[in-house]
Design a protein around this ligand. Structure first.
Ligand code: WTA
Length: 651
C-alpha cells in the first residue's frame, strides 16, 4: 500500500469538465451548495422526485447506529420504476435492451416490462408469497432476473439475489439464512460459450433448504423445456416461469410499502466465515439510487446506459435495475463474458446499441488494456459521452487508457466509491462540475459526509487513514439480517459513532479522496469481495487439510489474487493433484470466484506468540518480497522454510 500511496502522490494530471458537457449536465455547482445548507432538506428534495402513496412525517430518525428515513411514508418501488412512466412519452420507450451471450436479443419497453412484472407478481402471490416473505433469485443475467426483483417489490416481498456463479452450498446457506419461501432460477446460463446448469445447482442447494416451498424455472435454453439434463422438474415444487405467467393477468395493484420496510437482503463477505445479509429498505434506498443515477450518470431520455455488473452484486441492483428504471432510462443488459466470442465483444455491443454511458470495473479495464487497442479500435465508439468505474481503486494508468482509448479523450470519467452496505454511490465526481484526477474518486456526493480518521479515531484532514461516515445517509444498510449485534460490531465499534467502511484512504491538499483499498480481512478479487475466513473455512473442511491461511497478493488484472497457505494432516502428501483438488474443493464450496490462484503447502504457519497468523508475512512471501519484521514470531524458522519453498517454485 505504501508503494501505491507514493505513486498516487505523484499523480498531477487534472481533467476539468468539458464545457460542452457542463452546459447541459443534470448536475450543477448549486447542488453542492443546496446540500451543504441542510442535508436532510436536500434528501427530502430528492425524495420528492419519487411517487409516494403517502407522504412521510419525518425525514430522518437517527438513533445511532440505527437510522429511519422518510418515516411514515408509503410507496412502491415497482410503481416508481414502471407505472408512473406509462402515462407519458416513456410508455413505448425501451426499458431493457438485452443481449444474450450467444447473440440472441430482446427489447422490453416500459409497457412490456410493466406487464411482465405484474404477471410475475401475480404468480408469486399464487405460490403463497406475501408481504415480507423472502424470495431467493439465482439467475443468469436475463431480463427475467430484473422482472423477478421488480415483481417482489410490487407485492412487498423481500428479494435475496444470489450471484449465478455461486456454488450450490453458497446458495443453500443464503437461502437458509433468509428462510426464503421461493427460489427463482433458470434451466441454464451462458458464460464463455459454456452452458451452466443452474437448475441442477439449485436442486443440489434445495436438498438442504427446508423453507423452500416452490421453485420457479426460467427457460433460458431455446426449446429447453423437457431437457432433463438441464432441468429435472420436481412435481408440485417446480414450475416453469413461462407457464405460470401465461396463466396470470397483467393487472396487479402495487402493494403500498412502508418507507422502512425491507426491499432486499444481499449477502456479502465479511471478516468472519459467514456471509452477512445486508438489509436495505425502501424509501431511502430508492431516493439515493435514483438521485445518484440522475446526477452521476447524467441520464437523459435519449441515453443508452450500460452498467456491466451482474444483478447478483449491489451494483446490478442499484445501477442496472432500480436507479435507471426509476429515472425512465434505457438500460442495456449483456449476459456473457467480455471476450466471447472475441475480445471486442464490449465494443461491438457499444457500437451496435449506441451506448452513451458506460459503467464498468477497473479489473475489466486492465484486461482490455492488456488485450490491446486493436479491439476497441475496430469499432465506432463515438456514441459514448460518459464513462464510469466502480469496484476497486482504478490505477491512474488504467484511468488514462480508459479516457483515451474508450472515451476518445472527450468523455468525463466518474470513479464512484461505494459499497453493498452504502446502497448507492457515496464518493464521486459530478460530471460537468468536478475536475477529476486519475485515480481519485474525488469528493462526497451532495448530502454525504465522509471523514478520514487516524488509528485513534481522530479526524484528520490530510494524509492517510481510515474512511468513515459520521452521518446517516438514505441508502445505508439498516442492519445485518437477524444479527443486529454483528451490525453494531462490524461497522460501528472500531470508531464509536462512525460507520467504518473497512477501507483505507488518503485525502490530498484539495480535499480529494484516494481510496487505497481494504484494511480488514476482506479481499477484492476482480472487484468481488471475498473474505479470507470464508476461503479458509472451505479449505479446512477438506479431509486432508489441518490448517489454512489465505491472503491476497497483487495481481496485474484482478487487482488481488488469492494465495492459500495450507498445512496438511498427518499422513497426507503435498502433491500437485492435491493442489488441484483443493482448488476444485473451494470452487464447489463457494464458487469459482473464490478459487485460489496459488496453494503453498507448509509444515506450519507463521504465528505470533499469541497464536495469530501473520498474514502480512504470508503476503510478503506470496508476492516474493523480502521478509518483513519477524521478531514477534513464535517460530521464525517457519517463515524461512516457506520462503525457500516459494523461491524454488519461482525458479
Ligand atoms: C471497493 C461495490 C476504490 C472498496 C460497489 C469497497 C472501491 C468495496 C471503489 C465494496 C472505488 C468500490 N475506488 N475502491 N471507486 N468502489 N471499492 O460491496 O474497497 O462489492 O469497500 O460494492 O469495493 O465492494 P462491494
Amino acid at each position: 500500500m505504501d508503494a501505491q500511496l507514493s505513486t498516487l502522490l505523484f499523480e498531477q494530471r487534472r481533467f476539468p469538465p468539458p464545457p460542452e458537457f457542463a452546459a447541459s449536465a443534470n448536475a450543477g455547482e448549486a447542488l453542492y451548495r443546496s446540500a451543504e445548507r441542510d442535508h436532510e432538506a436536500f434528501w427530502a428534495e430528492q425524495a420528492r422526485a419519487l411517487h409516494w402513496i403517502r407522504p412521510w412525517d419525518r425525514v430522518l430518525e437517527w438513533n445511532p447506529p440505527h437510522a429511519k428515513w422518510f418515516v411514515g411514508g408509503k410507496l412502491n418501488v415497482s410503481a416508481n420504476c414502471l407505472d408512473r412512466h406509462l402515462d407519458g412519452p416513456l410508455r413505448n420507450k425501451a426499458a431493457l435492451i438485452w443481449e444474450g451471450e450467444p447473440g440472441d436479443r430482446r427489447v422490453l419497453t416500459y409497457w412490456d416490462l410493466a406487464r411482465e412484472v405484474r404477471k410475475a407478481a401475480n404468480a408469486l402471490k399464487r405460490l403463497g408469497v406475501g408481504k415480507g416473505d423472502r424470495v431467493a433469485i439465482y439467475m443468469p443475467l436475463v431480463p427475467e432476473a430484473a422482472i423477478a426483483m421488480l415483481a417482489c417489490a410490487r407485492i412487498g416481498a423481500v428479494h435475496s439475489v444470489i450471484f449465478g456463479g455461486f456454488s450450490a452450498e453458497s446458495v443453500r446457506d443464503r437461502v437458509n439464512d433468509a428462510e426464503a419461501k421461493v427460489l427463482i432460477t433458470a434451466d441454464a446460463g451462458y458464460r464463455r460459450g459454456q452452458v451452466l446448469p443452474l437448475k441442477r445447482m439449485a436442486d443440489a442447494a434445495m436438498a438442504g433448504t427446508p423453507s423452500i416451498r416452490h421453485c420457479v424455472v426460467v427457460r433460458r435454453r431455446p426449446g429447453g423445456e423437457g431437457d432433463e439434463a438441464f432441468a429435472q422438474m420436481t412435481e408440485g415444487r417446480d414450475h416453469w416461469w413461462h407457464r405460470l405467467l401465461d396463466a396470470e393477468s397483467a393487472e396487479c395493484e402495487p402493494t403500498p410499502v412502508d418507507a422502512e420496510d425491507l426491499l432486499f437482503i444481499l449477502y456479502t463477505s465479511g471478516t468472519t466465515g459467514k456471509p452477512k445479509g445486508i438489509v436495505h429498505t425502501t424509501g431511502g434506498y430508492l431516493t439515493q439510487v435514483a438521485a445518484t443515477t440522475r446526477y452521476v450518470f447524467d441520464l437523459k431520455p435519449e441515453d443508452v446506459f450500460w452498467c456491466t455488473a451482474d444483478i447478483g452484486w449491489v451494483t446490478g441492483h442499484s445501477y442496472v435495475v432500480y436507479g435507471p428504471l426509476a429515472n425512465g432510462a434505457t438500460v442495456l443488459i449483456y449476459e456473457g463474458a467480455p471476450d466471447w466470442p472475441e475480445r471486442d465483444r464490449f465494443w461491438s455491443l457499444v457500437e451496435r446499441h449506441g451506448v452513451t454511458v458506460l459503467y464498468t470495473a477497473p479489473t475489466a479495464i486492465r484486461a482490455f488494456m492488456k488485450w490491446g487497442t486493436e479491439h476497441p479500435g475496430r469499432h465506432d465508439l463515438s456514441s459514448l459521452r460518459l464513462l464510469g468505474s466502480v469496484g476497486e481503486p482504478i490505477n491512474p494508468e488504467a484511468w488514462i487508457w480508459y479516457h483515451t482509448h474508450i472515451g476518445g479523450g472527450r468523455c468525463p470519467i466518474v470513479d464512484t466509491w461505494w459499497q453493498t452496505e452504502t446502497g448507492g454511490i457515496m464518493i464521486t465526481p459530478l460530471p460537468g462540475v468536478t475536475t477529476t484526477k486519475p485515480g481519485s474518486a474525488t469528493t462526497p456526493f451532495p448530502g454525504i459526509t465522509a471523514e478520514l480518521v487516524d488509528t485513534a479515531g481522530t479526524v484528520i484532514t490530510k494524509g492517510g487513514g481510515f474512511l468513515t461516515l459520521p452521518e446517516p445517509w438514505p441508502g445505508m444498510l439498516r442492519t445485518i439480517y437477524r444479527d443486529d449485534q454483528r451490525y453494531r460490531d462490524t461497522y460501528w465499534s472500531r470508531f464509536p459513532g462512525r460507520y467504518f467502511a473497512g477501507d483505507g484512504a488518503k485525502l490530498d491538499e484539495d480535499g480529494y479522496w484516494w481510496i487505497l483499498g481494504r484494511v480488514d480481512d476482506v479481499l477484492n478479487v476482480a472487484g468481488h469481495r471475498i473474505g479470507t475466513m470464508e476461503v479458509e473455512s472451505a479449505l479446512v473442511e477438506h479431509s486432508s487439510v489441518a490448517e489454512a491461511a489465505v491472503v491476497g497478493r497483487a495481481h496485474e488484472l484482478k487487482g488481488q489474487a488469492l494465495a492459500a497457505f495450507v498445512t496438511l494432516k498427518d499422513g497426507q502428501h503435498p502433491t500437485s493433484e492435491l493442489k488441484d483438488d483443493l482448488k476444485a474443493h473451494v470452487t464447489q464450496k463457494i464458487g469459482a470466484i473464490a478459487r485460489p490462484d496459488d496453494i503453498f503447502f507448509s509444515a506450519d504457519l507463521p504465528k505470533t506468540r499469541s497464536g495469530k497468523i501473520m498474514r502480512r508475512l504470508l503476503k510478503d512471501i506470496a508476492e516474493g518480497r523480502a521478509l518483513g519484521d519477524t521478531t514477534t514470531l513464535a517460530d521464525p524458522n517457519v517463515v524461512s522454510r516457506l520462503k525457500e519453498m516459494y523461491e524454488e517454485k519461482e525458479g
